[in-house]
Each structure stands twice: as C-alpha cells, then as structure tokens.
Design a protein around this ligand. Structure first.
Ligand SMILES: Cc1cc2nc3c(=O)[nH]c(=O)nc-3n(C[C@H](O)[C@H](O)[C@H](O)COP(=O)(O)OP(=O)(O)OC[C@H]3O[C@@H](n4cnc5c(N)ncnc54)[C@H](O)[C@@H]3O)c2cc1C
Length: 152
C-alpha cells in the first residue's frame, strides 16, 4: 500500500538486548523498527535505571567472561562514538570465605582469560580497607578477596 511505512525487521522490547539488536541490524542496512510498551530508556526495564555494572567474573563460566570482555570493548567504542562518557571504571571487590569455591573458580577463569585482577588474603584486605569489617564475609585467616580496585 502506498504511503505506508514498512520495515525489514520489527524488534519488540527496547531494553539493552532489543536496542543493541536493532542498532546492529540497522548498521547492516536493515530497515528496523524498535517498539517498546513504555518508550525508550524507562526504569521498568531491567537494563534501565540510574546505573548498571558490567563485570567479568562468572565463576567457571568462561563463555560469559569472554562475552563480557567483547561486550565491554563495544560499550567503550559506543560511548566514544556517541561522545557520552557514561562508562566509569571503578573496579569491583568480591569477597569470600576460605572455602569459597565460586571465588576460586572465578580467579581461575579470569587468569585464563587474561582479565587483570588482584588477589588479597584477609590480612591484605584489612590493611587495604581498614574502615571495613571483614568478619562476616571472610571467616578464617585464608579468607580472600579478588578484585580490580581503583581505576585504570
Ligand atoms: C533490578 C535489576 C538490576 C540489574 N542490574 C544489572 C547490572 O547492573 N548489570 C548486568 O549486567 N545485568 C543486570 N541485570 C540483569 C540484566 O538487566 C538483564 O539480563 C538484561 O537487562 C536483560 O535485558 P533485556 O533487554 O532482555 O530486558 P529489559 O531491559 O528488561 O528490556 C525488556 C524491554 O521489553 C519491553 N517489553 C516487554 N514486553 C513487551 C511487549 N509485550 N511489548 C512491548 N515491549 C515490551 C519492556 O518494556 C522493556 O523495555 C539486572 C536485572 C535487574 C532485574
């Protein structure tokens, strides 16, 4: 019908996955319409809101770590291209007790994937963060934390 708008692809849901899918399809020359029940960038979407984090640590799930690495590069390029400095690298600190297998698996995966991080035993944590009580999170002298603190 003449005068009617047409598209190649309709993406329903303009959260981060829908928006990213629509954008990549458009970059490949597809005519895309992106539809959301509440409009763009609303706080009802799980990817919407004041702030979100991106992290590399997913235990033994190396695939997620690899995806997060690739994703972070794309986010950084996107912010540079859009001239909106939304990414702030703050680092993150994970804490666990001495038998925390998830923390150990995360360390091993980060090491394999060459993600820069540091490991701290309890004494080092207490020296580095004297304002924090590690009693509850880190029971036992071998309790540890891994993280990349600070910027860079
Ligand atoms: C509170 C919260 C905080 C989170 N924080 C983080 C974080 O910091 N870092 C991180 O990596 N992950 C985080 N997650 C997980 C992450 O948000 C989700 O894995 C991811 O956002 C999912 O993205 P999405 O685009 O699929 O969904 P959403 O962002 O939820 O987007 C779905 C969109 O679809 C729309 N929609 C739904 N049904 C219809 C319909 N029938 N018609 C039209 N539109 C429709 C909704 O309005 C919404 O805009 C968080 C999750 C929650 C719940």
């Amino acid at each position: 019908m003449s005068g009617q708008k047409t598209c190649d692809v309709a993406v329903i849901g303009a959260g981060v996955f829908g928006a990213w899918t629509a954008w990549h399809l458009a970059k490949r020359g597809q005519r895309v319409v992106l539809i959301d029940a509440y409009g763009p960038a609303h706080s009802r979407a799980s990817s919407g809101g004041e702030s979100r984090i991106i992290r590399m640590g997913y235990g033994a799930d190396e695939l997620y770590t690899l995806w997060a690495q690739q994703s972070l590069e794309q986010w950084k390029s996107f912010f540079v291209a859009s001239k909106v400095p939304l990414f702030h690298e703050t680092g993150v600190l994970w804490l666990g007790g001495e038998d925390d297998s998830q923390l150990r698996r995360t360390s091993a995966t980060l090491r394999r994937c060459k993600v820069p991080f540091e490991e701290f035993d309890r004494a080092a944590l207490e020296r580095k963060y004297p304002q924090v009580s590690f009693e509850e999170q880190c029971s036992g002298p071998q309790a540890s934390g891994i993280g990349k603190t600070g910027t860079g």
